[in-house]
Design a binder for this molecule. Structure first.
Ligand code: AMP
Length: 400
């Protein structure tokens, strides 16, 4: 049995996703998720050897209990001896971390300091790190940062039009997120083209509940739509994306919103959900368009797709040449409607879809969906866990 397996942990505020991956072959040995953590309805779902099981968790229903469950599961199935390391998804690595990093007390301290920039993410990511350290004290723990791939952006892409002192004193700049996903799918696109990654220039559209667009020039991220926080950029499931900053003052000064109410409005009540007043789920909006000819749903989808198309077109200013466009994420991988509405606004970039391929390539399939004479346009399912496993393994093997 392999002794290289990496346990990948992605810890959210009320969930903890995990998978045991053989990093060389990419085989997923176990995959699971603990959900509704910190509530008495907490449970863990595990897929192993073709079967799926759901188990309720015990008091105190927290992340440590979830990790203890994973440890016991691995012991019961004689999988602990396969483990070489634990790889963690960390959201914000600031300017300090542009590569995967072995976690020690100094790294933990600086991740904690970076919580100022990512208060919703870094503290819960650290809970996962502490729980895994407690459960596997002898295994190396590695952090793979969502922001790392975007650290190659030039200053002209990451400095805001604000006093420069805010950047110097407080680190207020564009960082970008979903970096592991943008890296994975752009590398896959290079493989599909048969070109070295360092000579491949693509635009990647990661469209899920969170959405971001990235310009990758010769294998390096040179611009991305999310900013200091994941709120900037295109419209998302519940996030507004870009807006006139004056709206925030209007809400506070004229409509008596508190800062907390503004934050909740922009992060949780806007986007697809806010415009449609129906759902943040793209499927529900599509069904309302197709089954009920619902006008608001149609408008919501038009706004969503137009803003994404504008963001993609703007990145022509960022690239030295253009090899193609990649769709990924839950919406990008599955919604032929969204893909065709976006690409319909991009005909001046010579991107045209083959309707049959666009309809066919969904639900986990990968491939070209453009016509023969068009610029390339691919659907490539993302696999952040695979990247985290590979990078964790490379780091610890390199360290030996
Ligand atoms: P993610 O955050 O990448 O897991 O993506 C989640 C989003 O993908 C959901 O909110 C849905 O809007 C969208 N999605 C998943 N499956 C489909 C589908 N078959 N058609 C359209 N959208 C989908």
């Amino acid at each position: 049995m392999s002794k290289n397996a990496v346990l990948v942990i992605n810890c959210g505020s009320s969930s903890l996703k995990f998978s045991l991956i053989e990093p060389i072959s990419g085989e997923v040995m176990v995959a699971g998720v603990a959900e509704r953590l910190l509530s008495k309805h907490a449970f863990v779902k595990v897929a192993f050897k073709g079967s799926k099981e759901t188990t309720p968790l015990i008091v105190p229903f927290d992340h440590q209990v979830a990790v203890n469950f994973i440890v016991e599961f691995l012991h019961e199935n004689n999988l602990v001896e396969c483990l070489s390391a634990v790889g963690h998804r960390l959201v914000h690595g600031g300017e300090e971390y542009s590569t995967p990093t072995l976690i020690d007390d100094v790294v933990k301290y600086s991740i904690e300091k970076l919580s100022k920039l990512a208060p919703l993410h870094n503290p819960v990511n650290l809970i996962g790190v502490n729980a895994a350290e407690h459960a596997f004290p002898d295994l190396p723990q590695v952090a793979v940062f969502d922001t790392a791939f975007h650290q190659s952006m030039p200053a002209k892409a990451y400095i805001y039009g604000l006093p420069y002192s805010l950047y110097e004193a407080h680190g207020i700049r564009r960082y970008g997120f979903h970096g592991t996903s943008h890296y994975f799918v752009s590398k896959q696109a290079a493989d599909l083209l048969g070109k070295p990654f360092t000579k491949t220039s693509v635009i990647t559209a990661h469209l899920g509940n969170g959405c971001s667009i990235t310009a990758i020039d010769n294998g390096k991220s040179v611009d991305t739509s999310m900013g200091l926080t994941p709120l900037e950029g295109v419209i998302m499931g519940t996030r507004s994306g870009d807006l006139d900053p004056g709206i925030i003052f209007h809400l506070i000064e004229q409509l008596n919103y508190t800062p907390e109410q503004v934050s909740s409005l922009l992060n949780k009540e806007s986007g697809l959900l806010g415009i449609s007043q129906m759902s943040n789920d793209c499927r529900t909006i599509e069904e309302a368009i197709i089954n009920d000819q619902d006008e608001r749903a149609n408008l919501t989808m038009d706004i969503f797709c137009y803003r994404i198309a504008k963001s993609i077109a703007s990145y022509m200013a960022s690239l030295s040449h253009f090899d193609g466009l990649v769709f990924t994420g839950g919406i990008g991988e599955n919604s032929d409607l969204v893909r065709s509405r976006i690409v319909n606004s991009l005909h001046l970039l010579n991107i045209h879809l083959d309707d049959n391929k666009n309809t066919d390539i969904r639900f986990g399939k990968s491939g070209l969906i453009s016509t023969e004479s068009s610029q390339h346009c691919w659907v490539i399912p993302t696999n952040e866990e695979q990247v985290i496993a590979e990078q964790t393994y490379q780091l610890i093997v390199g360290d030996k």
